[in-house]
Design a protein around this ligand. Structure first.
Ligand SMILES: Nc1ncnc2c1ncn2[C@@H]1O[C@H](COP(=O)(O)OP(=O)(O)OP(=O)(O)O)[C@@H](O)[C@H]1O
Ligand SMILES: O=c1ccn([C@@H]2O[C@H](COP(=O)(O)O)[C@@H](O)[C@H]2O)c(=O)[nH]1
Ligand SMILES: [Mg+2]
Length: 257
């Protein structure tokens, strides 16, 4: 099981920024770096056994096909799929203390406060036996991105961006037929605006970091998946050969189950 390294954060004096610098300087992975900074010796023993999770963020406008492609990635590569939207919808259906607030925001196409979404993702990461995750539909905003770094203490290894024209996304969402409260033209227009205003900067951020893989999301589901395959294939090959290829974007933080 992968334990969230940042659960140890109260014992760590550095901010997430200085931790990253620390990691960069030492050449250590996230979990290993934390192991060197923990004060409680018992915790150090536990933390030294941790492996850094392999994290993929899956971005794209509403209806661009993120969920559909995530299913195929799961089937082929066995990553664990965490859809931020599904986690939020589960809060609504369970009628939790945040449920009503989340429902109102989703109906209006607005973004749920980072703290709420990141805590839900955190719970899933911590309780999972997996250490390879597809985080679908998150981060939606720069604030989401920074909150994830701060609370989880990890960066994504790969960021997928499903690039789809608005007319196609509108057509798909209006035909989805899953009874979602936001699958109507009024909310869809708001979601598209929010995508451009708040999600684009996140995409740009990862592009500048060299982590972004842009996929043309027009075509059949299988055609689109053909573009996704070569992104994950090197990781699979590396896992089988058990050698880390430092030139591979996936090899730089290789983990095994
Ligand atoms: N390549 C495709 N061609 C046609 N329809 C598609 C394609 N990919 C997905 N769809 C359909 O479009 C709709 C939206 O797809 P999906 O739910 O995967 O998008 P999404 O990006 O997860 O959307 P959201 O952000 O709203 O959750 C679904 O009904 C799905 O079956
Ligand atoms: O990180 C997130 C993810 C989602 N939301 C809200 O949920 C809806 C639906 O999300 P999908 O990923 O399209 O299923 C989205 O429009 C937001 O209102 C969020 O706030 N934060
Ligand atoms: Mg989806």
């Amino acid at each position: 099981m992968w334990r969230r390294v940042a659960s140890l954060s109260p014992m760590i004096s550095s901010s997430s920024r200085s931790l990253s610098l620390n990691q960069a300087a030492s050449g250590l992975k996230v979990g290993e770096s934390f192991a060197t900074e923990i004060i409680n010796p018992d915790e150090r023993v536990l933390a030294s056994k941790e492996k850094a999770p392999f994290i993929t963020f899956v971005l794209g406008g509403p209806g661009s096909g993120k969920g559909t492609q995530c299913e195929k990635i799961v089937e082929t590569f066995g990553l664990t799929h965490l859809s931020a939207g599904d986690l939020l919808r589960r809060e609504i259906s369970l009628n939790t203390k945040n449920g009503a607030m989340i429902l109102n925001l989703i109906k209006d196409g607005k973004i749920v406060p980072s703290e709420v979404t990141v805590k839900l993702i955190q719970k899933e990461l911590e309780s999972s036996d997996s250490c390879k995750f597809l985080i679908d539909g998150f981060p939606r905003t720069e604030e989401n991105r920074v909150a994830f770094e701060r609370i989880i203490g990890a960066d994504p290894n790969v960021v997928l961006f499903f690039d789809c024209p608005e007319e196609e996304m509108v057509k798909r969402v209006l035909n989805r037929n899953q009874g979602r409260v936001d699958d109507n033209i009024t909310t869809m227009k708001k979601r598209l605006k929010i995508f451009e205003a708040l999600n684009r900067p996140v995409i740009e951020y990862y592009k500048n970091k060299g982590k972004l893989y842009t996929i043309n999301a027009v075509g059949t589901v299988d055609d689109i998946f053909q573009q996704v395959l070569p992104i994950f294939t090197p990781f699979e090959q590396l896992k089988q050969s058990r050698h880390v290829n430092s030139k591979s974007p996936l090899g730089s933080n290789l983990v095994e189950n």
